[in-house]
Design a protein around this ligand. Structure first.
Ligand SMILES: Cc1ncc(COP(=O)(O)O)c(C=O)c1O
Length: 458
């Protein structure tokens, strides 16, 4: 469909405004302004309404191998021609899902060897919530029901995963607050919560706060701790290196399962296949989505350790959980090809040793800007923390919309970034080049300058 015809474009925009309820969007904003319609995407760029933009967000942090790859189109066509659909209930499989489960098990850290497929990161996390409950019930410990998540976390939009999130409005808007079965611990967000502690000291402190929550609830009542290795959506919170080994130790000591939500960090984002390697720990369960197919198809995976699989599989009785499209052949074929591309093009090494360090150094150069409190980077995910006062780390009030202003100034200069409260998040595709990173940082400096000027003129 070509949008070069203005009449067609306007017709589509009218249909969208009338009938499309957009996720994470203010419906009033859609009423006021026509939606921006994206028509094409290739490599690290998207094009819509004759505007080409460098996408420093890889969609929603998912398009790791870049947009519009021919080999992915070929695989999709072949999979549809060969097996357009069949389910995976009742011990039925298909070649793509079987091969993909094997590939994930081969790549995953330690003994994370058993894979359950769903469609989204939210479903993958909710699957692990249920599997954690099932595991403890099968172990004869049905009281272990409490889940500990953290402030600044994001784990999904389904009814159950919403309650894990660290963002209050996401929970309160639907009246989902309350309930003693989900407890929030502090985030290892040194810049905002670290006070006078050195980052590494604070890492241990934040881990010990999880231990306090476990002890207060009673370890016999706690099923699992669920956490993102790097908190992506709520501001690219990169924890101090001391944090994760201590959290893993605490969970083991108190017999609490550790769930690593690697929906964003999986498949190379932090410079290793999984962030557990980057941060030196091993979870009992992990979730994968986004980079699993680089957004070419909706697919997610919940992966559990041999020990958990043995308990769940050790008793006969149907696993009462699943989705019509679990292990979908098309999505599985695309995920397999995506993983092959990440491997053959050696993107993980490139993120760790070349493009990641280049990205970090370039973005860190913005720390001298009067609006920038801190730049945090892990591999190819970064957060530029805006500050009203660099010394005291005071933030601008959210109502001042400073971060939205910076992001808007970047957009009009051809760059997509994501405002998250007072943090500008960048999470580019792995195919990004050094020259594109130079462009990105130049645009960010201009956008920060423009915003600083606007603040001081008003
Ligand atoms: C860490 C994390 N977990 C889970 C999710 C939910 O994934 P989905 O939007 O595919 O349901 C997201 C989405 O951004 C995420 O960042």
């Amino acid at each position: 469909m070509s949008l070069s015809d203005q009449a067609i474009l306007e017709q589509l925009q009218a249909l969208d405004r009338m009938h499309h309820l957009h996720p994470f969007t203010d419906p009033q904003a859609v009423k006021k302004a026509a939606p921006f319609v994206i028509e094409q995407a290739k490599g690290a760029y998207i094009t819509g309404q004759e505007i080409r933009l460098l996408d420093a967000m890889a969609g929603l942090g998912c398009v790791n191998i870049g947009y519009g790859r021919e080999e992915m189109a070929d695989v999709a066509a072949e999979a549809i021609r060969t097996l357009s659909y069949y389910h995976s209930f009742s011990a039925v499989s298909n070649p793509y899902a079987a091969a993909l489960a094997g590939k994930i098990a081969a790549l995953a850290p330690g003994d994370l060897n058993k894979v359950f497929f769903a469609n989204s990161g939210s479903e993958a996390n909710e699957t692990l919530m249920k599997l954690a409950y099932l595991y403890w019930r099968r172990k004869g410990r049905p009281n272990k029901r409490i889940l500990i998540s953290r402030e600044y976390s994001y784990h999904g939009s389904t009814l159950a995963t919403t309650r894990l999130n660290g963002n209050r409005p996401m929970i309160e808007d639907f009246g989902l607050d309350g309930g003693a079965d989900v407890i929030k611990a502090i985030s290892p967000f040194w810049y905002r919560c670290g006070g006078d502690l050195e980052p590494e000291e604070f890492g241990v402190h934040a881990a010990k706060e999880i231990e306090k929550k476990i002890l207060a609830a009673g370890a016999d009542n706690v099923a699992a701790v669920i956490a993102e290795p790097v908190q992506g959506t709520m501001g690219a919170v990169v924890p101090p290196q001391s944090y994760w080994p201590e959290v893993a130790r605490i969970c083991k000591e108190h017999d609490v399962l550790l769930i690593a939500d690697e929906v964003v960090t999986g498949f190379g984002r932090t410079g290793n296949w999984f962030a557990q390697e980057t941060f030196g720990f091993q979870a009992d369960m992990m979730t994968l989505a986004k980079g699993l197919s680089s957004g070419y198809a909706p697919i997610s995976a919940s992966v559990v350790s041999d020990e958990i699989a043995d308990v769940i599989e050790g008793q006969s009785g149907v696993l009462q959980h699943g989705f019509t499209t679990s292990g979908h052949p098309l999505a599985s074929a695309l995920a397999l090809k995506n993983i092959e591309i990440i491997g053959t093009e050696d993107h993980v090494t490139r993120v760790r040793t070349d493009i990641g360090p280049y990205f970090a150094k370039a973005l860190k150069s913005l720390e001298d800007h009067p609006l920038v409190g801190e730049v945090r980077v892990s591999g190819l995910i970064a957060g530029i923390e805006l500050a009203k006062d660099k010394e005291t780390r005071e933030q601008y009030p959210l109502e001042a919309n400073i971060c939205n202003h910076v992001s808007q100034m970047a957009l009009v200069r051809g760059l997509i970034v994501r405002p998250a409260g007072n943090v500008v998040v960048l999470c580019p595709p792995f195919v990004i080049t050094h020259a594109e990173i130079d462009f990105m940082v130049g645009v960010m400096r201009d956008a920060l300058d423009e915003t600083y000027k606007a603040i001081h003129q008003s």
